[in-house]
Write a protein that binds this ligand. Structure first.
Ligand code: HXC
Length: 515
C-alpha cells in the first residue's frame, strides 16, 4: 500500500467536504455557515471535528452526496475561554439541516461525551426539523437526542443557539436546554410553521410573529436572550459560561481579582435609590449594580415576566444567582410567568452549585381572577418548591416590603433561607395595612360614627405595631437588621460563611414538583 497516497486521498476527501459554495448559500440568507459559527464561538484552533465522514443511509432519496456528507451537522469539541466544551452546529445548506438517523446519532454522541467528561454542550440550531425522507428514523432520532439531553440535565450545562429555523422536533432541543439564545431576524422556533397553521386553523401569521426571537424572549419565555447578530450572540454565550462550573460536581469559578473590592463598603447611594413614598417603584437594577461587583451582572430572560429580575453576578468574586423584584413593574409582584421564571432559574442555580441571593421588595403574589384562573396557585407553588428543594446557600435581603406569600417564598427562614437580612424600614406582614384593617376591623368600622377616621387610625396602629422588621427579628426570623450602606459587606460575609454548606434531603426517587 502506498501510504503517502492514502494520506493524499484523505486530504482530498476533507477538501471536498468543505463545499465553499454551500457556505455562500448561507451568506445569501444573511447567515453564517455551520463551521464559521463554530470558529467564532470557540477559542481559535481548538476545534476538533468528529464524524466528518458520516452519511445518511437514505441517500438514494434524491439527496446528492455533496449535500449529505456529514449528514447536515458538524460535531466535535473545543475550548471556550480555555474550558472544554462539546458542540454541534447544524448545516442548513445540507438538506435544510434536517435531522435524520445519522445526524441524530452524531448529536447524541456529542451529548453523551459531554456528560461522560463533565463539559457543557452547545447546540447551534439551523434546521427544518425531522427529515421527511427518513420517516420514523428521524422521529426516533429526536427521541434519542431528547433522552440524552434529559439524562444530562443537571449534570452539565446545556445551551441552544438558534440561528435559523428550529422547526418541529428541532424546537424541543432548545425546549430542554438550560439556556436558549436567539438571533433576531434569522432565528425562528415553532412546532408547526405558518403554512400548516393556516391549513389547520385558517390563522395567517408570519414566521417572525409566530416564532421569532422577540416573540420567544418576551411572550412565550421559551428563549432567554435576543441579539442583533450572530457575533453578539456568541459573545454572550461566552459570558454566560464564565459564570458556570463545567458540571454539577464542580463549584462555579471565582474571580480572585475582585476580592479586594470587598473592602469598599459604605455605600450611601443605595438609600438614595429608594423613594420616600412606599407605593412608588424604583429601578431595582440600580440596587443590583451598587451591591454586586462592577459590570458583573448578567441578566437572563430580560424581556420576559419583567416584574422580576433574574441573573448571574459576582459578589466579591464569587458567582451568585440573583432573584429580585422589579418594583417599578407591577410593583414587583409574582404572577404566573414570573413564578415560572424564578422557579426555573433557582433550579438551574441549585443544579450547578450557584448560591442564591434574593432582593425582596414586593406586596406578594398578583391578585385577580385572571391570575387565579390561569393557575397562580400551581405556578406560585413552583417557586416554593424550587427554593425549598434548593440546597445551595440561600440569602434573602428584604429591602422594603415582603408581604404574604411572597415573604414565604422569597424570605422565610422556615422555607429554608440560611440568612434573612432586612433594611430598617422593611415591612413584613400578612398583607398591606389598608387591606388588613378592612378585614380585622370590618365590624367596628361599619358600626362607627366616623368609619373613615377609624379606618385611618387602625391603619396607623397596625403600621406602627407590625410593619417593621423588629417583630420578625424578635422571633429570630430576621437574622440581622442592617444599615443599607453596609449591604455589600454583610452579604459578602454571609455568602462566605455559607460556601461550605451541606444539606441532605430524605432519600426518594424524586419529588413531585408542581409543573
Ligand atoms: C427534508 C427539508 C426539510 C425537512 C427543509 N428541507 N426542511 N428536507 N426534511 N424537514 C430541505 C428543502 O427541501 C430544501 O432542499 C432545503 O432543505 C432548504 O429548504 P427551503 O424550504 O428551500 O428553505 P427556506 O425557504 O429557507 O425554508 C426553510 C423552512 C422550510 C421554513 C424551514 O424548509 C420548511 O418549512 N421546512 C419544513 C419545516 C417543518 O415543518 N418541519 C417539521 C418537520 S416535522 P433543496 O434540495 O431544495 O435545497 C417534525 C416532527 C417532530 O419535526 C414534531 C415534534 C413536535
Amino acid at each position: 500500500m502506498n501510504l503517502k497516497k492514502e494520506i493524499e486521498k484523505l486530504n482530498t476527501k476533507k477538501q471536498e467536504l468543505k463545499n465553499p459554495e454551500l457556505a455562500e448559500k448561507q451568506h445569501k440568507k444573511g447567515k453564517l455557515s455551520a463551521k464559521e459559527r463554530i470558529d467564532l464561538l470557540l477559542d481559535s484552533n481548538t476545534f476538533t471535528e468528529l464524524d466528518a465522514f458520516v452519511e445518511s443511509r437514505f441517500s438514494d432519496f434524491g439527496m446528492s452526496q455533496k449535500k449529505t456528507s456529514g449528514d447536515g451537522v458538524i460535531t466535535g469539541f473545543g475550548k471556550i475561554q480555555n474550558q472544554q466544551v462539546y458542540i454541534y452546529s447544524q448545516d442548513f445548506s445540507k438538506i435544510g439541516g434536517s435531522l435524520g438517523e445519522m445526524h441524530s446519532k452524531k448529536i447524541v454522541k456529542i451529548i453523551e461525551l459531554a456528560q461522560k467528561t463533565g463539559c457543557p454542550v452547545i447546540g447551534i440550531i439551523d434546521s427544518g426539523g425531522a427529515r421527511i425522507q427518513e420517516g420514523i428514523s428521524s422521529l426516533d432520532g429526536y427521541a434519542a437526542i431528547f433522552k440524552a439531553m434529559i439524562n444530562g440535565s443537571g449534570v452539565i450545562p446545556q445551551i441552544s443557539i438558534i440561528v435559523g429555523p428550529s422547526a418541529g422536533g428541532a424546537s424541543y432541543a432548545p425546549g430542554l436546554s438550560d439556556f436558549v439564545f436567539m438571533v433576531d431576524g434569522i432565528g425562528q422556533m415553532y412546532i408547526t410553521g405558518p403554512e400548516v397553521i393556516k391549513s389547520v386553523t385558517g390563522e395567517e401569521i408570519s414566521f417572525n410573529n409566530l416564532g421569532g426571537a422577540a416573540t420567544h424572549c418576551a411572550k412565550s419565555g421559551c428563549s432567554h436572550f435576543i441579539f442583533k447578530n450572530e457575533q453578539e450572540c456568541f459573545n454572550s454565550v461566552k459570558k454566560l459560561l464564565s459564570f458556570l462550573p463545567q458540571n454539577n460536581l464542580e463549584d462555579p469559578p471565582t474571580r480572585k481579582d475582585f476580592i479586594s473590592e470587598m473592602l469598599k463598603t459604605d455605600n450611601d447611594k443605595l438609600i438614595e435609590i429608594i423613594p420616600e413614598q412606599e407605593e412608588k417603584g424604583y429601578e431595582m437594577k440600580e440596587i443590583i449594580y451598587e451591591i454586586f461587583d462592577k459590570n458583573s451582572f448578567f441578566e437572563t430572560s430580560a424581556n420576559f415576566a419583567t416584574n422580576v429580575i433574574v441573573g448571574f453576578a459576582r459578589l466579591s468574586g464569587i458567582t451568585v444567582g440573583i432573584v429580585a423584584n422589579q418594583t417599578k413593574l407591577m410593583a414587583g409582584t409574582l404572577d404566573i410567568d414570573s413564578s415560572d421564571k424564578v422557579a426555573r432559574f433557582v433550579r438551574f442555580c441549585d443544579c450547578f452549585n450557584i448560591p442564591l441571593i434574593n432582593l425582596v421588595d414586593t406586596p406578594g403574589y398578583l391578585p385577580g381572577s385572571d391570575q387565579e384562573h390561569q393557575g397562580i396557585i400551581r405556578h406560585g407553588a413552583k417557586v416554593l418548591y424550587a427554593y425549598s428543594e434548593a440546597s445551595v446557600p440561600k440569602i434573602s435581603l428584604i429591602l422594603r416590603k415582603a408581604y404574604g406569600g411572597a415573604y414565604i417564598a422569597l424570605a422565610s427562614r422556615l422555607l429554608g433561607y440560611d440568612k434573612v437580612i432586612a433594611w430598617p424600614f422593611a415591612k413584613i406582614a400578612v398583607m398591606g395595612p389598608k387591606q388588613a384593617v378592612k378585614i380585622i376591623y370590618r365590624k367596628e368600622i361599619i358600626a362607627s360614627d366616623n368609619p373613615e377616621e377609624l379606618e385611618k387610625q387602625k391603619t396607623q396602629e397596625l403600621t406602627d405595631k407590625f410593619l417593621n422588621p423588629y417583630q420578625a427579628a424578635k422571633l429570630g426570623q430576621v437574622d440581622m437588621i442592617i444599615d443599607p450602606k453596609n449591604t455589600r459587606e454583610i452579604l459578602t460575609k454571609c455568602l462566605e460563611s455559607l460556601l461550605n454548606k451541606r444539606e441532605t434531603r430524605p432519600p426518594k426517587k424524586h419529588g413531585n414538583m408542581p409543573l
